[in-house]
Structure formats: structure tokens, C-alpha cells
Design a binder for this molecule. Structure first.
Ligand code: NAG
Ligand code: NAG
Ligand code: NAG
Ligand code: NAG
Ligand code: NAG
Ligand code: FE2
Length: 417
């Protein structure tokens, strides 16, 4: 069945001298069948738009972000939408959403954006259903008064106007204006901070959570209030998700800075910043104990410009072996920050950390296939090797298995900070 959704948008201005609507993109809103549709203009507000226009100024440039929330769309339906004379389309996910594919990566820029064309081609071809970009976009969204961000969004428009594009902040989203570009260019689910910094959404059998590690990274600049706000929210969100395991058995988190990684010069992997983020220190709450207590299954991160798959690991204790990914006893972390940073590759430490199961410094991205309530496949696509799958692993668990039970007991008895 086809449904048309015509948003015929005309510029108010008599003289259409400035650029028309651009940077068209969509995202999941409160459910996979609620879509936020956004685009930007440099002229005044639009007509025929049942939505909102958010006018914001950055780098001396006034931009208008137009947002339409499309509620309760029909499942498995092709929708068309028109913006001025351009027609776009997307297809909603099925009602019985037991399986789907997500493309997950961090650290993709305009310059040296090695994975960009592959992500566009494969996204349009339906090789994955949505994209999760775990921070460090464009390098940077705010560069050149935000024009680099405009260029980045326009480059990706063919795919992000067609499949949802979910984002969170990396350190490069700090525009010294309290993440103004991240907040105004996107509309993420309004279930957490309501400003795109942290949120959660159930998509089929997975409860997805996006977090800000930049509250930690830029605590000196912006203060510690947001760290506590996010921590309190996360505690409640994960407790609620954990109680809902019968319906939504998996929990996957994504954040920019990793808990675990082994790269050379990897202060973020081992030193104080990592300890505060993961473990907490001096009254600042770390995040890892919440993952452990609530049996989080998967943790994605970027920031290090490489791919690294960890053995299940909790508070530096790791669980290796052929069966480690079946009923894992701790969260499984995947570092996927190799999509294409503006500066070239990153060196691994000579000796991997003991929890490291596989490393690659090829450019690329991760495709996560949710097969059903018990099986998830992770595949690492290499751009250097012509889109070959260079690493793949199934993570599986028996129905009802709270896989970190053993660790949960330990974590519950520990004060991490
Ligand atoms: C859009 O608005 C213009 C001006 O008010 C009007 O002429 C036109 O018919 C409208 N188009 C639609 C599709 O509603
Ligand atoms: C949803 O899909 C699953 C797996 O294919 C199937 O077992 C279940 O019966 C389906 N539920 C509905 C309501 O169609
Ligand atoms: C940054 O913005 C958020 C809202 O998005 C606000 O709650 C917070 O107080 C701001 N922080 C500073 C330091 O201005
Ligand atoms: C949080 O910031 C406030 C204001 O700067 C400060 O007084 C307080 O000690 C900080 N708390 C922690 C735990 O660092
Ligand atoms: C779940 O998916 C896995 C991998 O495709 C498959 O082996 C298994 O039989 C599926 N389980 C159910 C209940 O469909
Ligand atoms: Fe980063």
C-alpha cells in the first residue's frame, strides 16, 4: 500500500534569492512509527507546514530548522513527501518488528569521509534500516560558521532523508556554544534530555539508549549538573527497561567515548578520563555500574578511530572463550570509530588489552543484525577491502537469561564512586 504525505512547502519570501530547503533528514521520534522530519533553510519560515520552525543563530548566520512530527504512521508503508519541487520517500518498518538491521559507526567527517559513499549506497539499497552515528560528525558541524555542517548534511541527504539517522554528541560536537549545532540540527526522541544529548527508544526486541560522554569530557566548561541529570535518568531508564525484558529482551547503549579500547596513546582507554567515565571518581558518578547492574547487552562507542570487539567485560574482569558470546556474563563492547575521521588512522597499542577479541584499523562501519529475541549478529564492513566483512560474531542468549546476574550481585554491593 502506498501513502502520500505531501508537504508542499513554498518559501514565504517574494524573492527566492537564498538557498531553498536543504539538509533533509528523518529520525525515529517516540517509536519506530513516529518520524521526525527536519530540513533547513536560510530564508524565512515556510508555508503549508504543519510543524515548527526553529530559528537559531550560529557564527553570525541565521538558520531555520523546520520540523514535522509524523505520528502513528502505518507499518510497512512507503511514504512520499515533497519539499518545494523535490520528492523524497521512506518506508516504515513492519509492525511485528522482530528483525532488522542497524548501521552503527562513529567519527565520520566531510574530509576523509571514507565510508560516506558506501553508507549512502547501502542505505538507499536497503542493506540496513537506520543509522546510528555515535558522535563526531562532519569534523565539525560548527566549522566555518556551520557551513561545513551544512555541507555534511547535504552530502548525506540522499540516505538520511530515506532512513532514520540517529545521533549523539562526540567531543567534536562541542561548538563552545553548549552544543548548539547538535541541538538545532537534529530532533532525537524526546524521552530523555529532550535536546538530543541522551534518550532511549524501543525498536523491536532492542531497547536503545544514547548517552552523552561529553558531559564528562567538558565538565570544566559546562559544569557537572548534566552529569547528574543524565545519571539519574539512566538509572531509572535502565531499571524500567530491565523490568520490560519479557517484551524487549535486549538493551543496547551507544556513547561516544569508550569504556574499553587498546590503542596507542590511548589516554581515553586507560587513564583518568576513562576512570571517571567508567568508574566514577570524587563524587562524579561513572556509568559502567549501571550497565552491569541492569544487564546491558551491548555497548557501542567510537572516538578511537578503529574497530575493536571486546570479550564480555565488567569492571576490568573479562570472560574469554568459544562460548563467551552465548549467554554472556557481562556487557559486550564494540568500538566502531573508523568510519572516516578527518585526520588519518590511529595506531593500536603493541599489545592488546586482555579483553580485546579482535582489532582492525581498516576504515569502515558496523552492521548489527537483530535476528530475533535471542540472536544478534555484528559484522564489521571494511572500506579498505571493498566492503568485505572482516569480523563477525553472533551474540546469543537464552530466553529470560539475565546474563550478568553474577556481576550484578557484585556491582550492587559496590560503590563505584
Ligand atoms: C500552500 O499555500 C499556498 C499559499 O497559501 C496555497 O496557494 C497552496 O494552495 C497551498 N498548497 C497546499 C498543497 O496546501
Ligand atoms: C511476529 O514474528 C514472530 C517471529 O517471526 C512470530 O513468532 C510471531 O508470531 C509474530 N507475531 C505476530 C503478532 O504476527
Ligand atoms: C546547556 O544547555 C542545556 C539545555 O540544552 C541547559 O540545561 C544547560 O543549563 C546549559 N548549560 C550551560 C552551562 O549553559
Ligand atoms: C559540582 O559542581 C559544583 C559547582 O561547581 C561544585 O560545588 C561541586 O563540588 C561539584 N560536585 C562534584 C561532585 O564535583
Ligand atoms: C533466531 O535467529 C537465529 C539466527 O538466525 C536462529 O538460529 C534461531 O533459530 C532463531 N530463533 C527463533 C526462535 O526464531
Ligand atoms: Fe571523538
Amino acid at each position: 500500500m502506498l501513502a502520500a504525505l505531501f508537504l508542499v512547502l513554498l518559501l514565504c519570501d517574494e524573492v527566492q534569492s537564498l538557498t531553498g530547503p536543504e539538509q533533509v533528514h528523518i529520525a525515529f521520534y517516540t517509536s519506530p512509527w513516529d518520524i521526525s522530519l527536519s530540513y533547513g533553510t536560510s530564508t524565512a519560515s515556510m508555508q503549508n507546514l504543519t510543524g515548527t520552525t526553529n530559528t537559531w543563530i550560529f557564527g553570525g548566520i541565521t538558520r531555520h530548522s523546520h520540523v514535522v512530527i509524523l505520528n502513528n504512521l502505518k507499518p510497512s508503508t512507503q511514504y512520499y513527501y515533497q519539499i518545494e519541487n523535490r520528492v523524497f520517500n521512506f518506508r516504515t518498518l513492519p509492525a511485528n518488528l522482530s528483525s532488522y538491521k542497524a548501521c552503527v559507526f562513529g567519527d565520520l567527517g566531510v574530509y576523509n569521509g571514507r565510508s560516506t559513499q558506501s553508507i549512502i549506497n547501502n542505505g538507499i539499497a536497503g542493506k540496513f534500516d537506520f543509522i546510528v552515528h555515535i558522535g563526531d560528525l562532519a569534523y565539525d558541524l560548527h566549522s566555518n560558521n556551520g557551513k561545513l555542517g551544512d555541507q555534511y548534511m547535504n552530502t548525506l541527504e540522499p540516505v538520511i532523508s530515506k532512513i532514520p539517522y540517529m545521533v549523539i554528541a562526540g567531543n567534536h560536537e562541542n561548538d563552545n556554544a553548549n552544543f548548539t549545532n547538535l541541538k538545532n540540527r537534529f530532533v532525537m526522541p524526546p524521552t530523555g534530555s529532550d535536546d538530543n544529548q541522551f534518550y532511549s527508544i524501543d525498536i523491536g526486541p532492542v531497547h536503545w539508549v544514547g548517552l552523552s560522554t561529553e558531559y564528562y569530557g567538558f565538565e570544566e566548561q559546562y559544569g557537572n549538573t548534566s552529569i547528574f541529570t543524565q545519571f539519574n535518568w539512566l538509572t531509572k531508564d535502565l531499571e524500567t527497561a530491565n523490568k520490560n525484558r519479557q517484551n524487549v529482551p535486549w538493551i543496547a547503549l551507544y556513547q561516544h567515548r569508550p569504556f574499553y579500547c587498546s590503542v596507542e596513546d590511548g589516554a581515553d582507554c586507560t587513564l583518568y578520563e576513562n576512570v571517571v567515565l567508567r568508574h566514577g571518581a570524587l563524587g562524579i558518578p561513572g556509568l559502567e555500574q549501571e550497565y552491569i547492574k541492569n544487564s546491558v547487552d551491548i555497548g557501542f562507542a567510537g572516538h578511537m578511530h578503529a574497530y575493536e570487539r571486546m570479550w564480555p567485560v565488567a569492571d576490568l574482569k573479562y570472560y574469554k572463550g568459544a562460548d563467551a558470546y552465548h549467554n554472556p556474563v557481562a556487557p559486550v563492547y564494540i568500538l566502531t570509530g573508523s568510519a572516516g575521521c578527518h585526520s588519518s588512522g590511529m595506531k593500536f597499542s603493541p599489545i592488546p588489552m586482555p579483553w580485546s577479541a579482535h582489532r582492525s584499523d581498516d576504515y569502515g562501519y558496523t552492521v548489527m543484525t537483530v535476528a530475533n529475541t535471542t540472536h544478534i549478529l555484528f559484522e564489521q564492513i571494511s572500506i579498505d577491502k571493498n566492503e568485505a566483512v572482516i569480523d563477525s560474531v553472533w551474540v546469543s542468549k537464552d530466553s529470560g537469561h539475565l546474563h550478568t546476574e553474577e556481576r550484578r550481585v557484585e556491582a550492587a554491593g559496590q560503590k563505584f564512586y
